[in-house]
Design a protein around this ligand. Structure first.
Ligand code: NAD
Length: 258
């Protein structure tokens, strides 16, 4: 039986691409929800609320706003649809609600659905574990479009967390974001961040390990936001086959043995 995918935030930038990618994947587009008065893509069935969408879907792919996390968690658990969460900016309480919901339905939660970024994170952790922190300085450089309001990017922070995990430390304890003026010498074991802003760059990230006698770097460039939509639909097809639990894009890519 073909999978029925519902899309929360169907009129949004990601929602529109998810409509196209759901169709391209050969799944049934059950329909979507959005805010009242939103400009919903042509031919998409609009449901009154998340409960109605969940009842008509096997999987709901959700790229909306963090404020929806808790009401959506309750509705999806009640209707027993799987949930792919793309929305970012969830609070600790929201994340607790997501984790609680994952006890009764399959939940996929990833801050970035690009396969390449997830591979970079997995490699970053392994590289950091192999390269001594006092001999290889870790620096993360990212560039994004001029409209971006936060820095460093969530993906850069994720890369930093992966390096910290490989070194067995907490990112908050070693993070150094931005340098200006008389900063003093670099602290051993610091994880540095630099952010560039300009043009319409979708997302460039480079992780550099700088040793005295060699440099090792790994870079990722996203050219089109579609990479997130393709990844999220792939995650939706994958998660529907699973039982209740909290999964990540790393699981989809076989990077966690899950
Ligand atoms: P957007 O503003 O273009 O789209 C969001 C849509 O959700 C809008 O159409 C809005 O009307 C709708 N919406 C908001 N609240 C709603 C509610 N209560 N009920 C129903 N619909 C609601 O934003 P976007 O660029 O599509 O991004 C959406 C989210 O996805 C953001 O949190 C963004 O950071 C995140 N995102 C995640 C990834 C990833 O790979 N995980 C990639 C890109 C974007």
């Amino acid at each position: 039986m073909r999978l029925r995918i519902g899309i929360a935030g169907v009129a949004g930038r990601m929602g529109r691409m998810l409509v196209e990618e759901t169709r391209a994947a050969g799944a049934i587009l059950a329909g979507g929800i959005d805010r009242p008065g939103a400009d919903v893509p042509e031919g998409v069935t609009l449901f009154a609320d998340i409960a109605a969408l969940a009842a008509a879907s096997d999987v709901v792919i959700d790229f909306t706003h963090a404020s929806t996390a808790r009401p959506h968690a309750a509705a999806l658990a009640a209707k027993q649809a799987a949930w792919v969460i793309g929305t970012t900016g969830l609070s600790a309480e929201d994340e607790q609600a997501v984790a609680a919901t994952a006890k009764s339905i399959p939940v996929m939660y990833a801050p970035n659905y690009s396969p390449g970024v997830n591979l970079v994170m997995a490699l970053a952790e392994r590289m950091a574990a192999a390269l001594p922190a006092d001999a290889y300085d870790a620096e993360i450089v990212e560039m994004h479009h001029r409209q971006k309001v936060d820095a460093p990017s969530g993906t850069a922070l994720g890369m930093g967390r992966a390096v910290a995990a490989g070194r067995g430390v907490k990112l908050d304890d070693v993070m150094q974001s931005g340098r200006d003026g008389h900063t003093g010498a670099r602290a051993a074991g610091a994880i540095g961040f630099a952010a560039l802003r300009g043009g319409q760059v979708v997302g460039d990230h480079t992780l550099l390990f700088a040793g005295a006698t060699e440099h090792i770097s790994i870079s990722h460039q996203a050219f089109d936001r579609r990479v997130f939509a393709t990844g999220a639909v792939r995650a939706g097809l994958w998660v529907r086959q699973r039982g209740p639990g909290l999964y990540s894009m790393m699981d989809v890519l076989g990077l966690t043995g899950g």
